[in-house]
Design a protein around this ligand. Structure first.
Ligand code: MEV
Length: 313
């Protein structure tokens, strides 16, 4: 018997880093990329994990205790109330670039929780899946806000404040985002840790920057709900400026952000942990190809165009 589940990637539109300190942030799923997990119950043998994308084929028993895949599997078994997993194979495939700020780790956890709980005969609900993925995020990067696992579990735009109940974000009018990948690994744990150190050394200054970022996320929420898409560009530019102040940009991200603006994007910023990974640009749909080409000329190793659809009704 085979059970499959998949989960999308994500981008943060506004508020990364400040969201770790209780400020609001906005994120949307990116359905063009996804992680897929297939669980096959076998007659005998052990629990085997196959992740061909990263050349991994290993039995669960041989993975270190704090390995994220092991944690996702064991937490799922515990949530279902099973002490001893039956023999099975878990095949993990993903088109989400790793360490790129697109939520690859959280997407794999969500897909594991769904596929494995179904295979164990007790499909977990979204809140349970989200909680498992959050615990695994802590292994990936220490003090996560929870935004990645939340937007990926619910697979819809979210307005997120750490520790608060999920708020969906109605989208008044569709808008288009071009995503550009620097090709550099984004060390989220290190970037989040460095911001923490800087905050500890000068709380007044950093709290003020977080507050300004939170205010941008609140303005963006209104603009998105009202369909005032043209207002989002300057908000993105301002958010990128504040992320530079936090020290989480890098020359490669800045170059792509500049190239996007020059090619006619309405606004652009880094997205996610920073210091590498991806940036995003808000564009007129007709300009998307031109901006993507400009990003590639400026060094992006990959570009992706995604449309955030208007909410129904
Ligand atoms: C990472 O996608 C977003 C950060 O704000 C970290 C977090 O919220 O956990 C940098």
């Amino acid at each position: 018997m085979t059970f499959s589940a998949s989960a999308p990637g994500k981008i943060i539109l506004f508020g990364e880093h400040a969201v770790v300190y209780g400020r609001p942030a906005i994120a949307v799923p990116v359905i063009q990329v996804s992680a897929r997990v297939t669980v096959t119950l076998t007659r005998s043998g052990e629990v085997v994990i196959q992740a061909p994308d990263i050349g991994l084929q290993i039995s669960l028993a041989d993975l270190p205790a704090r390995h994220p895949l092991k944690a996702a599997i064991q937490r799922t078994a515990r949530a279902v109330g099973i002490a001893q997993l039956p023999p099975c194979s878990l095949r993990i495939e993903s088109t989400i670039p790793v360490a790129a700020g697109l939520g690859s780790g959280a997407a794999v956890s969500v897909a594991i929780a769904r596929a494995l709980s179904a295979a164990l005969g007790s499909l977990l609900d979204d809140a349970q899946v989200c909680a498992i993925a959050y615990e695994v995020e802590k292994i990936h990067h220490g003090t996560p806000s929870g935004i990645d696992n939340t937007v990926i579990t619910y697979a819809r735009p979210v307005y997120f404040i750490k520790g608060k109940p999920l708020e969906q974000l109605p989208v008044g009018r569709a808008f288009t985002i071009v995503i550009g990948d620097t090709g550099l690994a984004s060390p989220t744990a290190k970037a989040v840790g460095d911001v923490r150190k800087a905050w500890q050394a000068d709380k007044m200054h950093y709290e003020a920057v977080f507050e300004s970022i939170g205010a941008l996320a609140d303005s963006a929420r209104q603009a998105i709900q009202q369909g005032a898409v043209e207002l989002l560009g300057p908000l993105m530019d301002a958010n990128h400026g504040l992320l530079r102040k936090l020290g989480v940009s890098c020359p490669e991200l800045d170059a792509l952000v500049l190239a996007a603006r020059k090619a006619g994007a309405w606004g652009a910023k880094l997205s996610g942990g920073g210091r590498g990974g991806n940036m995003i640009a808000l564009v007129n749909k007709e300009q998307a190809k031109k901006v993507a080409t400009a990003l590639e000329s400026a060094g992006a190793v990959r570009t992706l165009v995604t449309e955030i659809k208007a909410s129904q009704g």
